[in-house]
Design a protein around this ligand. Sequence first.
Ligand SMILES: [Zn+2]
Ligand SMILES: [Zn+2]
Length: 316
Amino acid sequence: MRARWLGVLLGLSAAPIAHADCAVELFVLGAGQDAGAPHIGHVDDPAWDDPALRQTATSLAVVDQAAGQRFLFEATPHVTQQLRMLDALAPHQGAGLGLDGVFLTHAHMGHYGGLMFFGREGAGAAGIPVHVMPRFAAFLRDNGPWEQLVSLGNIVLAPLVEGEPTPAGARVTVTPIRVPHRDEYSETVGFVIATSAEKTLFLPDLDSWAEWESATGVPLSERVRSLDRLFVDATFFDDGELQGRDMSEIPHPRVVHTMDRLASLPDGEREKVLFIHYNHTNPIRFTDSEASREVAERGFKVARTGDRFCLQASDF
Ligand SMILES: [Zn+2]
Ligand SMILES: [Zn+2]
C-alpha cells in the first residue's frame, strides 16, 4: 500500500524494484519540457485533476550503486520532487543531498533553475560540484542569484571541455558535445554518458538535426549506430501543435520528422531512440494517445518518468 502511494506521489507507474546486481544505473527523473505539465495558465489541462498525468522537467540520474555515488543531469525547477524520487529509487547514506555531481546542458530555466534550491533558502548544500561549459560557469559566477551559491560554497563550479571526458565516479565518464540552440547565457551541450562498454547520449534540447549534423559532421543515423541509447529532444510531436501559431519559425526537430529521418534503420537501431523533453502540447505525454502508439509502432520509444536502465560494462 505504501509503495503504491509512493509511486503515485512520485509519478511512477509501478513500485520501485531493486536491481541488486546492477553496478551502475540510469534513471529518468523527469521527461517534460522546461515548464512541465500542467502548464502555467492552462486551466483545462487534465493533469490538474489527475496527478498521474503530470510531467516534471527533463532530468536523468546516474547512480554508481557499488560506490554509493549519485550524479544528477539537469537541476530542474522540480528538483525537490525529483530528488525525493531518486532517494526512493537509490537511497544514499549520510547527511546532505547525496549528490556527487550535477551536469547541466544549458542555461534555460528548466535545465538549471533548480540550482536555487541548493542555496541558503533551501538545502544550504555544501560543495556540490556543478559541471558546466566555460561560458555557463562565468554566467553563474558573475550573476545573481547564482553567484551567491558560488560565493557561499553551496556549489563548486567544475568547467567542462568540449569533447573531453569528465569522470563521474570511477566507472562512468561524461563528455559534452556542442549543440545548436538559443545560447543567450551559456553554451548548449548534449552529454555522452559512457561506461567501459556502452554509451548513452542525452540530448534534450536542440534547434534542428540539419544544423547539428553540419556542426558535428556526423549524420544522425550514423550517430545512432555508434551509441547504445539516445534520449532526444521531443518538444513537439508535429507542426500544427501550437494552436493559432505558425510553427515554421519555431525550432526543435518534430518527433515525426526524427522518426522519418531514422526510418530506414533496422529495428535494433531504432529502439535505441527514446523521446524526451516533451512540451505540454505534445500528445506523447499521454501513454494511451495515438501519437504514443505511433512511436511504438514505428519502433521507437518514449522516455517515461521512473524508467531505469542498467548500464553495462566490461570491467564490473
Ligand atoms: Zn528545455
Ligand atoms: Zn533550451
